[in-house]
Write a protein of this length. Structure first.
Length: 383
């Protein structure tokens, strides 16, 4: 009887342990291979209520938002998130802790010049409302280098200058060898969370423009000013920041001393792409820079992060000769390590770069960047 009783106890324990899988089809906490109850489903042949595209599912949610689960696939569409309530989109993955396991790709290829001269309108994903939470999605803008007016650089330069006069938020470059803004993710509101995502572009991959935003256990890849924005407080945690060619990683756009713009990279990896051109890498002599201030009060801080030798020993750049934007900007580092860090290149670092003290670094903690209420909207499993 004791043996039988033990068998019953063991069976009950096994049943309790199996309940999460029986209910959700998931094998462990980080498994995201099946939808949760109430999710709208995209891309599966196993559910009666399903949608072929993410945009169709979002339209079906109605104005107050909801949850969407996306099965593996490459989705060629531009996705706009503009509900009055929170939106959660979960991409299929066997381990939500690592973007490298993602199996959902959202891809598009617009550039800003071709869509009413708007950075935001070129975004493959445009997150326009507060409370957006995206998990385990690869989001890419495939436009690449500029092709507009390639045979007439003078005309292209004039076009960009004219656009910038009309729209101060347009970040153009007025030099030969032109490139174009082509956004993968345009984040235009606060209390947004991006977890295990991979963002890929060439110039201006991520437009983090308004409100408080967190990017955790993610990857952001690009070449030219590929993380930029004007009024967002952005906390990037335990993520890979990948340079695919020479250029600047950030272009912070704070316009005045009261601007809420700041990019903070914490415990992240600043690294080159594995297949990057040879002029990106090479024992600290690379042509990648940590950032250059787009506006006069731009703020970028790297702390407790690894910085590879693809980053030039100088570390940082001015915006341009006419408007260097370095006198009132904050381009700072704190306790980073690696061959491209301030610590390894103190003698060669730009004169306007800052090495923060411990007390100064306290101004760039998760609480300082995202607010005292961050625990109410950030997924704490990712911090």
């Amino acid at each position: 009887m004791r043996f039988r009783g033990l068998t019953v106890v063991i069976s009950c324990v096994a049943l309790v342990q199996a309940l999460p899988t029986l209910i959700t089809g998931r094998n462990h906490k980080w498994d995201r291979t099946s939808p949760e109850e109430g999710d709208l489903v995209v891309g599966s042949n196993h559910f009666e209520m399903e949608y072929k595209t993410i945009s169709e599912a979002l339209a079906a949610l109605g104005p107050t938002g909801g949850n969407v689960f996306v099965y593996p696939g490459v989705y060629h569409e531009q996705v706009v998130l503009n509900k009055t309530g929170p939106i959660k989109i979960q991409g299929y993955t066997s381990d939500a802790r690592d973007y490298k396991n993602n199996q959902v790709v959202i891809t598009y290829g617009l550039d800003a010049v071709s869509v009413n001269k708007s950075n935001d309108l070129s975004g493959t994903v445009r997150a326009e409302s507060a409370g957006v939470n995206l998990y385990n999605l690869d989001i890419e803008n495939t436009y690449g280098k500029c092709t507009h007016l390639s045979d007439n650089v003078v005309m292209h330069t004039f076009t960009l200058v004219f656009i910038a006069l009309l729209d101060s938020s347009f970040k153009g470059h007025y030099t030969a060898g032109c490139q174009c803004q082509a956004i993968a993710l345009s984040a235009q509101a606060g209390k947004q969370g991006y977890y295990g995502v991979k963002l890929t572009g060439y110039q201006d991959t991520l437009l983090a423009n308004i409100g408080t935003q967190i990017y955790s256990k993610s990857c952001i890849a690009g070449a030219v000013d590929f993380i930029f924005g004007q009024n967002a407080s952005v906390y990037i945690y335990k993520s890979d920041i990948v340079s695919t060619a020479e250029g600047n990683i950030t272009a912070p756009g704070g316009t005045d001393e009261n601007a809420h713009q700041v990019f903070v990279f914490h415990k992240s990896n600043i690294i080159p792409a594995y297949d990057a051109a040879t002029n990106v890498t090479g024992n600290g002599t690379g042509n990648v820079f940590l950032g250059r201030p787009w506006k006069a009060f731009g703020k970028t801080i790297y702390r407790n992060s690894y910085i590879g030798d693809h980053v030039n020993p100088v570390g940082w750049k001015i915006w341009n000769v006419a408007t260097p934007n370095v006198n009132q900007s904050t381009l700072a580092e704190y306790k980073n390590y690696g061959p491209g860090s301030y610590y390894a290149n103190r003698a060669e670092r730009a004169s306007f770069a800052q090495e923060l003290t411990q007390s100064e670094a306290e101004n760039y903690t998760i609480t300082a960047v995202l607010g005292l209420d961050y625990e109410s909207w950030v997924d704490l499993d990712y911090v």
